[in-house]
Design a binder for this molecule. Structure first.
Ligand SMILES: [Mn+2]
Length: 200
C-alpha cells in the first residue's frame, strides 16, 4: 500500500513491503512535522524478520523523541540504544522550508537522492557502518531544497530503475510516481521507499 500525506507544502509518498511477502518488515520509517521542520528517516534492521524489526523500531522511536538534536548526537544516542540488538542502518533528513535547506545524516546503506527542479542530481553519502553500540562517526551534509525539488530515500531492497529521472519529472502525483518506480522490483529484501516533493 502507498501512503500519501501532505506536510505543509511537501507532498510525501511512502511505500513499504516485507521480504518475500512475509508479514514482518525489518525497516521502519518516520515522516513528520516537528515545529518548523519536516523530518524524514528510514532505519533498516540488519537481516530480516522480528529481530531486524526490533532494532529499526528502537531507532525510529528514539528519533521521534529527539529529532531536534544535532544529527551527530542523535546517531550517537541511537547507537547506544541499539547495544545488544542485531543493529540497524539509518538515514535521516531534516527539512527547513523557510531556509529552503535540508540537512542529511546517515550510517549504512539507506540512500538519499535529490533531483533538483533543473534536473541536477545530488546524493547524500551515508558514512560506512551500522548502529549497534560500536563507535560510529556521523557527519552532516546540507543541501538546498527548493520548490519543485524531489527527494527519494530508500532502503537496499529498492533499486532505482534506469528511467527514474524521467518518471520523477513526468509524474506529478507521488503515489503514481512510487507505483511506477517499484513496478519491477523483486521481493528479495525488505523495502521502504519515501518520495517527498516540495510543491511549486
Ligand atoms: Mn535491507
Amino acid at each position: 500500500m502507498i501512503i500519501e500525506k501532505n506536510l505543509r507544502d511537501l507532498q510525501i509518498g511512502i511505500y513499504q513491503r516485507a521480504k518475500n511477502g512475509r508479514p514482518c518488515c525489518g525497516d521502519s520509517f518516520l515522516a513528520g512535522e516537528y515545529n518548523e521542520r519536516t523530518v524524514i528517516a528510514i532505519a533498516d534492521g540488519l537481516g530480516s524478520g522480528e529481530m531486524a524489526r526490533k532494532a529499526s523500531v528502537l531507532t525510529i522511536s528514539h528519533l521521534r523523541k529527539h529529532w531536534d538534536g544535532k544529527p551527530k548526537d542523535i546517531l550517537g544516542h541511537c547507537n547506544e540504544k541499539l547495544k545488544g540488538t542485531r543493529g540497524a542502518v539509518l538515514s535521516m533528513v531534516s527539512i527547513d522550508p523557510q531556509k529552503e535547506e535540508l540537512s542529511f545524516c546517515g550510517i549504512g546503506n539507506v540512500q538519499l537522492i535529490i533531483l533538483k527542479n533543473d534536473a541536477q542530481c545530488m546524493h547524500g553519502i551515508p558514512s560506512p557502518g551500522f548502529l549497534a553500540g560500536l563507535p560510529v562517526m556521523g557527519r552532516e551534509d546540507v543541501f538546498t531544497f527548493e520548490r519543485g525539488d524531489t527527494l527519494l530515500m530508500y532502503s537496499d531492497g529498492f533499486v532505482l530503475p534506469s528511467r527514474w529521472k524521467e518518471l520523477v519529472c513526468c509524474l506529478h502525483s507521488v503515489s503514481e510516481l512510487i507505483y511506477e518506480l517499484i513496478k519491477n522490483i523483486n521481493e528479495k529484501d525488505d523495502l521502504t521507499l519515501i518520495v517527498a516533493r516540495y510543491t511549486i
